[in-house]
Design a protein around this ligand. Structure first.
Ligand SMILES: C[S@@+](CC[C@H](N)C(=O)[O-])C[C@H]1O[C@@H](n2cnc3c(N)ncnc32)[C@H](O)[C@@H]1O
Length: 638
């Protein structure tokens, strides 16, 4: 039973808890004991007798050879195999051994076990941790196998150990091991990681890196559990937080090992007197951890389907937005509240109280859409007792229809004039005191607000105010295995040279974000242009170990007016605003970065006669090719 449905609780997300078992040639009994009696969702079970060595099999190659697997495929229904068994590949295998016989035996066994798991339609198999320092031959064989798999997933078992190197135990940073293995396997999306969670945990920063990796399971050994006052197993606060993080990233939990807690007598048996599963109390605790997680806020629940889902950014200048898109914007009341606050402050600055009844402020909403900023501006005028004359300029003829209806419906005919025109080419009959616009993309200037407002400021008074008065883009390096694999799945260059709008979730943010480009409005300087170049250096925290950078998360922050801002940069993000997801700039080849060698990144904003585009590259620690040269893969049309 999924963890969320136990004990009368119901959570919409399904998370499962498995149990690692010894080899058994009676799989139905193994399932009956661990699933029906024990309450686990699945077993992590050896598929082949651990004493098997191909080289020791008598009559090798003869037709009578029968593999010592755990039983015939017929002992379980196909659906039981696939939902209740994760195959555990023999842990003795060592494909990089100096001993040739062992190496060959290992390779043969690995292939036989995977073939058997495929035959049984298992969903996943756990590969044992590579032994020794090299894993090249192991990875080579796994990579060969991966090429032939369609549905079976492979989980590489990796101990979760400290990044500063437990040299005494011969263990260094387990992330390095995982990274080498998956790079040798060409970043195959069917290869994931299962982490062995020990009693001591690496630093928070080191753990954080795993949230951007494809962690499918956390295997917790019973001796990582502490004992609570009543004698039951529990986990340290740090372990609890880690497990909650894994649940949040859709990883499963597997309980492993022998029971190490002597439970109070009454709990050892159930009411019918049959023996209780000895690991039941560990499972109960895992279920309790899942159930006590805070439920997702309403907006997060609505956005669940967008998590890590790549979307092409809007082109609101070239394309006309659809009603549905406007509707989504308009539901974001926070955005309009911020605009109303900004307009109110600008109105008060523009017209002193004593002149409020005489002077009329000319306010132009440029890119008015279906009118929410017109409404916000009129409300600001009402709130501040200022007189307003509004022009609503919109180039989308479909939105203009809505604007006309709105004006009629609200009785704004004497106050609001609708101009169906591109703001860059409108010849206004008078000049504005205040120019209000919202032409911002997830990266601030990526929907061509600078170019549009350069055109619109022709009809702004020399001392006029632009709301927003400035906006700045930000980037930060991220590990984002899922996003990278989704981009890679397209198998072409263009997708690696396109920024995507995406609700980032399974992403590890590797360093604080830094500002990239800033635009200020109005900008009456004759020398002004909208090309930009920025070189940035990011340093990974020293206590976190190395990490793989798959690309850059991008954000914006905008000063609407004075202290009123609006943005999505994580440290200053406007609370409860959902109009913008971040943007993701992928890298064609992920770059491994160490804490002692900074990542040097370059971003360009390039402008042509008919388009604007970004180019980006990394020059250190390893150079990447230039991305999107001449806007060959991605551009925004003027
Ligand atoms: C991001 S939407 C914002 C709409 C609305 N102000 C709101 O907040 O819901 C930007 C709007 O600006 C319009 N727009 C973009 N470029 C424009 C231009 N050069 N001239 C006039 N309208 C433009 C688009 O058609 C779109 O309706």
């Amino acid at each position: 039973m999924p963890l969320g449905e136990r004990g009368g609780w119901e959570r919409s997300e399904s998370r499962y808890c498995g149990v690692e078992t010894d080899f058994s040639d009676d799989v139905p009994s193994l399932l009956s004991f661990n699933i029906s009696t024990g309450g686990f969702d699945y077993v992590l079970a050896l598929l082949m007798n651990p004493s098997y060595r191909p080289s020791l099999v008598e009559g090798k190659g003869s037709e009578t050879q029968v593999l010592p697997v755990s039983g015939s495929d017929l002992v379980l229904a196909p659906s039981q195999w696939s939902s209740h068994v994760v195959g555990k590949i023999s842990s003795w295998i060592d494909l990089d051994s100096e001993d040739e016989v062992l190496r060959m035996d290992s390779e043969t066994t690995l292939k036989q076990e995977i073939a058997w798991a495929t035959h049984l339609s298992l969903q996943a198999c756990l590969l044992p941790t590579p032994k020794g320092t090299s894993c090249a031959n192991y990875a080579r064989c796994v990579n060969q196998i991966l090429q032939g798999l369609t549905t079976l997933q492979l989980w590489l078992r990796v101990p979760l150990v400290k990044s500063d190197g437990d040299a005494s135990e011969g263990l260094t940073d387990s992330w390095e091991l995982w990274n080498s293995f998956r790079l040798l396997c060409e970043h195959d999306s069917k290869l994931s990681v299962a982490l062995d969670v020990m009693s001591t945990l690496p630093s928070e920063t080191s753990l954080g890196r795993w949230m951007g990796e494809s962690v499918r399971a956390a295997i917790i050994s019973t001796d990582s559990f502490l004992t609570n006052a009543r004698g039951y197993p529990c986990l340290s606060k740090r372990h609890q937080k880690l497990i909650a993080g894994f649940f949040d990233h859709a990883a499963q939990v597997v309980v492993s090992g022998k029971p190490v807690h002597n439970l109070p007598k009454a709990s050892d048996s159930n009411t019918e007197g049959t023996q209780r599963h000895t690991l039941r109390s560990y499972l109960d605790y895992v279920a309790y951890l899942f159930q006590k997680m805070e439920p997702l806020p309403e907006q997060e629940r609505i956005e669940l389907g967008y998590r890590d889902f790549l979307q092409a950014p809007l082109q609101p200048l070239m394309d006309n937005l659809e009603a549905q898109t406007y509707e989504t914007f308009e539901r974001d009341s926070t955005k309009y509240i911020q605009y109303q606050r900004a307009v109110a402050k600008a109105l008060v600055d523009r017209v002193p109280d004593e002149k409020a009844s005489e002077l009329t402020t000319v306010l132009m909403v440029v890119g008015a859409g279906r009118g929410p900023l017109v409404r916000a501006s009129l409300q600001a005028a009402e709130e501040t007792n200022r007189k307003l004359k509004v022009y609503a300029v919109e180039k989308n003829p479909n939105a203009v229809v809505t604007l006309h209806n709105l004006v009629k419906l609200e009785g704004w005919e004497g106050i609001v004039t609708i101009i169906s025109c591109d703001m860059r080419f409108w010849n206004a009959s008078e000049k504005a005191d205040i120019l209000v616009s919202e032409l911002l993309g997830s990266f601030g200037d990526n929907e061509l607000s600078p170019e549009c407002l350069d055109g619109a400021q022709r009809f702004l008074k020399p001392d006029g105010i632009s709301i927003p008065s400035s906006y700045t883009s930000f980037i930060q390096p991220v590990t984002a295995t899922k996003l990278y694999n989704d981009v890679k799945a397209h198998k072409d260059l263009a997708h690696f040279e396109t920024p995507y709008v995406v609700k980032l979730h399974s992403v590890a943010k590797l360093a604080p974000s830094q500002s990239v480009f800033t635009f200020t409005h109005p900008n009456f300087s004759t020398k002004a242009n909208n090309q930009r170049y920025k070189k940035l250096h990011f340093n990974l925290p020293s206590d976190g170990g190395s990490a793989l950078v798959h690309g850059f998360a991008g954000y914006f922050d905008s000063v609407l007016y004075k202290d009123v801002h609006l943005g999505i940069e994580p440290t200053t993000a406007t609370p409860n605003m959902f109009s913008w997801f971040p943007i993701f700039f992928p890298l064609r080849k992920p770059v491994e970065v160490h804490p002692d060698s900074p990542l040097e990144v370059h971003f360009w904003r390039c402008c042509g006669s008919s388009k604007v585009w970004y180019e980006w590259s990394v020059s250190s620690p390893t150079p990447t090719p230039m991305h999107n040269t001449n806007g060959r893969s991605y551009w925004v049309g003027l």
